[in-house]
Design a protein around this ligand. Structure first.
Ligand code: COA
Length: 177
């Protein structure tokens, strides 16, 4: 596993999570869409958000990498999150969210594409899966724009923040795509 990195692109900065991100992360978890599609559990407070940020900043177990999406003109400002989970034997899953004020300008698509290219090149991954609820069309567009091909629909495959199991679209990218 490499050291935690900074990834950049036009208008894009992905940097390590830092302790000072906890209040902004807590705010983000309070957004209804993030609470629905990226639930972190009930009753999250600032201490729990600090622990969440610490876990994200720690890549030492080799199964997860996470980067904060930040404002390139002011890196202290948190705009979102992109992370790879269940890294094992060339496979991984990707997850993401963007704060409401930064949505609709292509950030999630660019950040997912950037982390994906880095993971194929630097982590030697072969296949990355991306799942989103069928009822989350914005996330479907992110997957398409980041080059993740649709592979099918998973039935009632994940319990989201409303406590219900939702059907999901499975998308994936291969290093060879
Ligand atoms: C999904 C999310 C990450 C998108 O972030 P973003 O930075 O706004 O994404 P982008 O700007 O790169 O692309 C958004 C795309 O979705 C489209 N979109 C937005 N809302 C939509 C909606 N309600 N229905 C259909 N498409 C929608 C946009 O038009 C855009 O597509 P386009 O470029 O073809 O016009 C953000 O809305 C979010 O964090 N949502 C809540 C949490 C979440 O859904 N996380 C993903 C869990 S799988």
């Amino acid at each position: 596993m490499p050291d935690v990195v900074n990834l950049t692109g036009p208008g894009l900065l992905l940097r390590p999570w830092q302790e000072g991100d906890a209040p902004a992360a807590l705010d983000a978890f309070g957004d209804p869409e993030i609470a629905l599609w990226n639930p972190q559990g009930d009753g999250l407070d600032l201490d729990a958000a600090r622990q969440w940020v610490r876990r994200r900043a720690d890549w030492s177990n080799g199964t997860n990498v996470a980067l904060a999406l930040a404002d390139p003109t002011d890196p202290a400002v948190l705009l979102g999150s992109v992370s790879l989970h269940r890294i094992h034997d060339g496979d991984a899953s990707i997850g993401y969210w963007v704060v409401p004020a930064a949505r609709g300008r292509g950030l999630a698509s660019a950040a997912v594409a950037r982390v994906t290219a880095w993971a194929f090149a630097e982590l030697g991954l072969h296949r990355i899966e991306l799942c989103h609820a069928v009822g989350n069309p914005a996330s479907c567009r992110v997957a398409e724009r980041a080059g993740y091909l649709a592979e099918g629909t998973l039935r009632q495959s994940h319990r989201y923040g409303d406590g219900r199991r939702h059907d999901e679209h499975l998308h994936a990218r291969l290093a060879t795509d």
